[in-house]
Design a protein around this ligand. Structure first.
Ligand code: ADP
Length: 491
């Protein structure tokens, strides 16, 4: 099994959640600013219309005051005539007030008709004053013809001034009415605008919330549920988010982490089993080692007294007895975490041929064919490695059957030295593939289920591994590989 690579690749900025949040909020804020800006413009126009109305009102007040001032001025002229030219109090003040009101009105108005009317009032008022000073006043004092004393409200100059003032008032009223109409229009537009603002704001907020719910809240909920499932111990579960953003990256990281945890857990279980096995083996070894020692003692004692044929056979018995002892010792050593390997340069071809030589006689009378080819070396504990290869080849011979074939190939790549053991047997059923290396797993009647697990433990202790697969068309292939360089070595 291989661990998935961590998926911490850089995310395309276009899809980052931070960017999405900024986009959604700036969209809402931007649209609201635009709408509020338009509303502010409308309010400014309303303000201007109100100002125009107030200004029109003030101008009307001034026009009325001007009319009153001119009438007062004309009334004082009449009083002067009635008094026989005796006294002229307040006349100059009334005239100055009328002139000042005229100036103020002219300064404030920009309507051409009003400007024209005010000009006419100014001319008529000056003429009225001139007639009074040059004709009426001397006649009142008796120094000019009495005809000039005709003085009443129907004087053409007075009626002309009154008409001009009426015109001015009518113009100003018209302007005020226009401003009022504009104001009402603006108020209606503003109300409509406010309704649109409310609707647009609500729609934008709803769209932003929908967008955020789809792109943030929903994947977050999936992540939370997935993390809870993984947290509950179901490490085979997968979080199904494959979006190219932080959520997709986080889901991929969590999935990869769960996979690594599962592998780690499986290895832990495996090593726990091996450790348990080692404890049992320690007890058995204690009992077996003593009889083995006794057997070896008797064998070496009698070696010199036997005839040649028997001596050869007993030598083989001695050798295999020694191997039994090594295996028991090896299992004990493997069951302890601090395995010490006696590494040396091992010719893998020689090791495989040696194993084949040992195993073939056991396979007889079967006609199984066993071939060893290739060449490679490895830095390994020869005794332990032999034990692992022995298990693989023995399994292959057993699987290949009576007339089967076993092909052992030795080779090397840049990183690994490899021994592949292929057979023409039934192959590995898919449902058993995951269990082959479990300690004590066996499908054979007299099997122990220790061969593959112990072999893999030996090879992993060397930094290598054993991989199992089915052959092309027939049988199974077990590949044992060892690193060509020790971990940490630089050359
Ligand atoms: P044992 O040989 O005692 O059963 P192993 O650990 O060596 O224990 O093997 C475990 C199981 O793996 C075997 O029982 C068998 O089902 C399967 N197996 C091992 N080697 C092969 C092979 N070459 N072809 C098919 N199945 C195999």
């Amino acid at each position: 099994m291989t661990a998935s690579p961590p998926t911490g690749a850089a995310l395309p900025r276009r899809f980052s959640t931070r960017r999405r949040l900024v986009l959604a909020f700036s969209g809402v804020v931007g649209a609201m600013l635009l709408v509020f800006g338009l509303q502010a413009l409308a309010l400014r126009r309303i303000d201007r219309s109100v100002d125009a109305m107030e200004d029109g009102d003030e101008q009307m007040q001034l026009a009325l005051q001007l009319g009153a001032a001119i009438h007062e001025q004309y009334g004082l002229q009449g009083q002067y005539v009635l008094d026989g030219g005796a006294e002229l109090t307040g006349y100059e003040a009334a005239r100055a007030r009328a002139a000042s009101l005229l100036d103020r009105l002219e300064a404030r108005t920009h309507t051409p008709q009003v400007v024209a009317a005010l000009g006419a009032i100014r001319v008529a008022s000056a003429e009225l004053d001139r007639v009074f000073r040059e004709q009426v006043a001397p006649a009142a004092r008796g120094v000019a013809p009495v005809a000039a004393l005709a003085h009443d409200r129907s004087h053409p100059l007075v009626t002309g001034i009154q008409r001009s003032i009426d015109d001015t008032l009518a113009q100003l009223q018209g302007a005020i009415a226009a401003s009022r109409g504009e104001l009402e229009d603006l108020e209606r537009a503003l109300l409509r605008g406010l309704a649109v603002v409310l609707a647009v704001t609500a729609a934008l907020l709803a769209a932003a919330m929908l967008y955020l719910s789809r792109s943030v809240a929903r994947p977050l909920a999936v992540l939370t549920r997935g993390a809870a499932v993984l947290g509950s111990g179901d490490l085979g579960a997968r979080i199904a988010i494959d979006t190219p953003d932080e959520f997709g990256a986080l889901a991929a990281e969590l999935n990869a982490m769960a996979l690594r945890l599962r592998e780690h857990q499986a290895r832990l279980v495996e090593s726990e089993k091996l450790a348990g096995l080692g404890r049992v083996a320690a007890g058995i070894a204690h009992e077996i080692n003593n009889p083995l020692q006794v057997m070896l003692g008797y064998l070496s004692l009698n070696r010199d007294h036997l005839d040649r044929g028997l001596a050869g056979q007993l030598a083989a018995v001695e050798e295999e007895t020694l191997r039994c002892k090594q295996i028991v010792d090896g299992m004990l050593a493997l069951s302890r975490p601090e395995v010490v390997l006696a590494r040396q340069r091992v010719d893998l071809r020689v090791l495989c041929e040696d194993v084949a030589e040992r195993l073939l006689p056991q396979a007889r009378p079967a006609a199984v064919r066993l071939a060893v080819s290739g060449a490679a070396e490895a830095l390994a504990d020869g005794v332990r490695l032999r034990q692992a290869v022995f298990n693989l080849v023995r399994n292959a011979i057993e699987a290949a059957g009576y007339e089967g074939e076993v092909d052992v190939r030795v080779g090397a790549s840049e990183l690994w030295s490899e021994i592949s053991v292929a057979d023409t047997g039934p192959g590995i059923p898919p449902e058993l593939r995951g269990r082959l290396f479990e300690p004590l797993f066996t499908t054979k009647d007299g099997g122990t289920g220790l061969g593959l697990s112990v072999s893999r433990a030996i090879v992993r202790a060397h930094g290598g591994d054993i991989l199992a697969r089915n052959g092309d068309g027939v049988g199974a292939v077990f590949v044992l590989r060892l690193p060509r360089r020790e971990a940490g070595a630089t050359a």
